[in-house]
Write a protein that binds this ligand. Structure first.
Ligand code: ATP
Ligand code: MG
Length: 423
């Protein structure tokens, strides 16, 4: 092989439609997954329109960064399909027509009783030195070649054509050229503090992992009121790396304690579900500002009927009184968004339905309805039960209406989890 071990990949999605507001590049996600599984990092991705100069520039830059460049799209028969030409120009090679491909294309059209338009011959143009990749689903073949210590791959844009062709490339071209290392991942879900605070608390572990064997690299990211801590290690010793990641996850749990929802990437809803089930607790949820989102998330988990008994959306004051028995005077005295009313809602749903645990959320999702004392994003959460356990707190979230609803629901589920664990 004239190419050294491949380590760094770049993916270029070609197509002006992908730069519009209603199409998104999904090919690169499929490709990234496949490359990561082979221990190759994707170091950059680009989306570029169907302009020769733009594509040539982006492709030239990619060759400066990556030892594997995969382009998708722009292999069609028309003049605005420029991938073959732009790539050939940058690597200083010419194109030639592949006779067998022209025959294959003619045959494809003939099978449907059609004559092949002359423009389709463009799809039989092959970069000198490139090998063809057959396309079982469409007309444009893919191609790949080695150049200056790198591998360049051209695949068609339509995802159902691209995917099997990429699988072939991954297996036949990329896998034999890797360093033989695989990337092992583990994802921890955290909740209860900000991303930056978690990051700060974990600094000592980061230093320990960086100095260990195998090196464990962390990535921390926030999503929907939760924090994901991804750990990964490159290794030839699969078992050893898995053990190292398991030990690293335990290190995190020792520091963050209850803030760790799961060490295996399992979502809050299902971790909480298992907790309720294992303790044989039956739950009722009373929601105001989340409009049923808490119950919806709980019931996303198959088998949740084991522990979710009911959910009530009590949006108006009248509903809080009629459905949950919250005293009118209490609402008048404290306001509908208050710890006192959240507690009364949680007590109400628990008592009226004879359940083990009541969970309640009431808040101001905005954009209107905020006051000086209770701005938009103020949310009261209460848990009543199990037994004498109880929890109530006023939270203050920021963001758009839908973000506040998501934060409120995540926090409500987490408050319930913590209350049960502490009970
Ligand atoms: P080919 O290389 O097969 O000729 P093309 O660029 O000529 O591809 P287009 O007509 O531009 O084909 O695109 C075909 C379809 O594939 C379109 O629906 C397009 O949005 C989709 N597509 C192209 N690239 C991507 C991508 N990176 N991710 C998801 N869809 C894509
Ligand atoms: Mg295109």
């Amino acid at each position: 092989l004239t190419v050294g071990a491949l380590r760094r990949a770049e993916i270029i999605a070609v197509g002006s439609e992908l730069l519009g507001a209603d199409r998104t590049d999904t090919n690169s996600l499929v490709i990234t997954q496949g490359l990561n599984d082979l221990g190759i990092d994707v170091v950059a991705k680009a989306i570029v329109g169907d302009r020769f100069d733009d594509l040539a520039g982006v492709f030239r830059d990619a060759l400066g960064r990556a030892d594997l460049v995969i382009l998708t799209g722009g292999l069609g028969p028309t003049d605005d399909d420029v991938t073959r030409d732009a790539v050939a120009r940058v690597v200083g090679r010419t194109l030639h027509e592949d006779a067998a491909t022209v025959d294959g294309l003619r045959q494809r059209f003939a099978n449907r009783g059609l004559a092949m338009p002359e423009s389709n011959r463009r799809q039989a143009l092959v970069i000198d030195g490139a090998a063809l990749v057959s396309n079982g689903q469409g007309t444009a073949p893919g191609q790949w070649f080695e150049w200056d210590g790198r591998v360049v791959v051209l695949l068609p844009g339509p995802p159902r054509e691209m995917r099997p062709m990429f699988e072939y490339i991954a297996r036949e071209v990329v896998a034999p050229r890797t360093a033989g290392e695989q990337v092992i991942r583990r994802s921890l879900r955290l909740v209860g503090k900000s991303e930056s605070l978690f990051d700060e608390m974990l600094q000592p572990l980061y230093r320990k992992w960086a100095a260990g064997r195998p090196v464990i690299e962390p990535t921390i990211l926030a999503a929907s009121g939760m924090i994901e801590l991804q750990l990964h290690a490159s290794t030839r010793e699969l078992r050893e790396a898995e053990d190292a990641l398991a030990a690293a996850a335990e290190d995190v749990a020792a520091i963050l304690e209850l803030d760790v929802i799961s060490q295996s990437g399992r979502p809050l809803e299902s971790v909480l579900g298992d907790l309720l089930r294992s303790r044989r607790l039956r739950l009722g949820v009373a929601e105001s500002c989340t409009g049923g989102l808490v119950t919806s998330r709980l019931t996303d988990v198959p088998g949740s009927s084991d522990y979710v008994e009911r959910g009530v959306v009590a949006y108006s004051n009248r509903a809080k009184t009629e459905l949950l028995g919250v005293p009118e005077e209490l609402i008048a005295a404290h306001g509908a968004v208050s710890e006192a009313v959240a507690v009364a809602m949680a007590e109400g749903i628990r008592r009226m339905s004879g359940l083990d645990v009541g969970l309640a959320v009431t808040g101001i999702a905005g954009p209107g309805g905020g006051t000086e004392a209770k701005p938009v994003g103020t949310v009261a959460i209460a848990v009543e039960g199990p037994d004498r356990a109880r929890f109530a707190r006023l939270f203050r979230f920021t963001g758009s209406r839908d973000m506040i609803k998501i934060f409120a629901s995540t926090t409500a589920l987490d408050c319930l989890r913590r209350t049960i664990l502490r009970a």
